[in-house]
Ligand binder design. Structure first.
Ligand SMILES: Cc1cc2nc3c(=O)[nH]c(=O)nc-3n(C[C@H](O)[C@H](O)[C@H](O)COP(=O)(O)O)c2cc1C
Length: 193
C-alpha cells in the first residue's frame, strides 16, 4: 500500500471540503502515500491544465451546490485529461441532499477519462442560508473525521489493488469499467438533524 503518489484535487468555498481534504491527506500520508493537494477553487487555478501523469491515483473532493458539484467545476472537468487514472470521489453537503452530484460528477470524470472506483459523502455545516435557519452548524466533527480516515484507508487499499484501465478503455460505456466496478461505496449517511 505504501509509495502511492496521489493527487487530491478539491474545491472549497467555505472551508468544509478543504478541512476534509486535509484529514484525508493526513490519513493517506499515515498509510505511506505521497499526497499533493490541488485546490481548484480560485478561477486562476483552473486556467492551466492539471497534469496527472506523475500520479498513481486521484482523489476529487467537491461540495454539493444545489444538487450538483459547483457549476464552475462541472465546466472545468470536461477539460481534464484523466489518462485512465484510478480515481475516488467525495462530496461534502449540508445535510439536505447530495441530489444528482454523485452520478453527474462520476459521469463527467469518466467522460474525461478517469476510472472512478468509488464515491463517498461527508456532512458539513450548511453554508447557504438566506432564511436565518441553521443546519448542522457544528459539522464536521470528530465522528465525521473518523469516517474520513476510513475513506483514506479505502483509497489507499483500492488504489494499490485495482488494475489500472488503459486510457482508451475509459469512458461512460466502457466494458472495462463495467467489469472493474462495484462502484458507489457509500461511506455514511448521518443526517444528525
Ligand atoms: C450555493 C450553495 C448551494 C448548496 N446546495 C446544497 C444542496 O443542494 N444540498 C446540501 O445538502 N447542501 C447544500 N449546500 C451546502 C454545502 O454543500 C455545504 O455547506 C458544503 O459542505 C460546503 O463546502 P465548502 O465549504 O467546501 O464549499 C449548498 C451551499 C451553497 C453555498
Amino acid at each position: 500500500m505504501a509509495n502511492l503518489r496521489i493527487a487530491l484535487v478539491y474545491f472549497s468555498a467555505t472551508n468544509v471540503t478543504h478541512t476534509y481534504a486535509q484529514v484525508i491527506r493526513d490519513g493517506l500520508v499515515d498509510r505511506g502515500c505521497a499526497v499533493q493537494l490541488f485546490n481548484v477553487t480560485a478561477y486562476a487555478s483552473r486556467q492551466t491544465p492539471l497534469r496527472l501523469d506523475g500520479f498513481d491515483g486521484v482523489v476529487f473532493g467537491f461540495p454539493v451546490f444545489s444538487d450538483f458539484a459547483p457549476s464552475v467545476i462541472n465546466d472545468w472537468l470536461p477539460k481534464l485529461e484523466g489518462m485512465g487514472k484510478k480515481c475516488a470521489l467525495f462530496l461534502t453537503y449540508g445535510g439536505r441532499t447530495t441530489g444528482y452530484a454523485h452520478f453527474h460528477t462520476r459521469l463527467l470524470l469518466e467522460q474525461a477519462g478517469c476510472q472512478v472506483l468509488f464515491s463517498a459523502e461527508f456532512l458539513g455545516r450548511h453554508s447557504f442560508n438566506v432564511g436565518g435557519w441553521r443546519v448542522l452548524p457544528a459539522r464536521p466533527n470528530a465522528q465525521d473525521f473518523a469516517v474520513a480516515q476510513e475513506y483514506a484507508t479505502l483509497v489507499a487499499e483500492r488504489f494499490a489493488k485495482e488494475a489500472p484501465v488503459a486510457a482508451e478503455q475509459t469512458g461512460n460505456n466502457s466494458p472495462a469499467l463495467a467489469k472493474s466496478n462495484p462502484w458507489y461505496g457509500r461511506m455514511q449517511f448521518v443526517p444528525g438533524l
